[in-house]
Design a protein around this ligand. Sequence first.
Ligand code: MN
Length: 207
Amino acid sequence: MVHILPQLPYKYDALKPFLDTQTMQLHHGKHHQTYVDKLNEALKKYPLIADKKVEELLENNLAIVPEEIKTAIKNHGGGHVNHTIFWESLSPSKQDPSETFKALLEKEFLSFEKFKEMFSNAAITQFGSGWAWLVYNKKTKMLEVFNMPNQNSPISEGKLPLLTLDVWEHAYYLKYQNRRAEYVQAFWNNVNWQKVEERYNSAHKVH
Ligand code: MN
């Protein structure tokens, strides 16, 4: 299987004012595309794993990936999957979590506001490039919030991504320059809670 850039579930200008059209065009059409291209390039010599899903390659700290391309798969496979989850985490219109999911967040993080604060804080305090995550931990069956550097994926640590925010500068610099906190604040108006809940339900059902 050759990995391909997924189409966005909305137009490049649909997330304004959170994200401007040019940022979206570059981020999806150039940055994400490059991760996909480099992932395919790395897999060229390894047809036996080339048709596996990227998530499968990233699982168990890339156990099935040959040493020679481990770093490439971690970076570009991670980059591909992280961006796909990010696009799906966003909605052109403001959504609220369902009562059920909100109750779950309240159970794990004391309140919905407290959860948002923790997630925002993870995004703002990530030093350099990286991502903020809300995940389902398969082992503990609990929700967790944290940040990870570069294109590292929670999937490699047995955690299933539910919601993510890209805090690489390419994600926000054109519009927000050095004001990452403003970008993080604006993000809450465009979270696709329906998708986050769907991810949780399928993760929870299987594990
Ligand atoms: Mn990015």
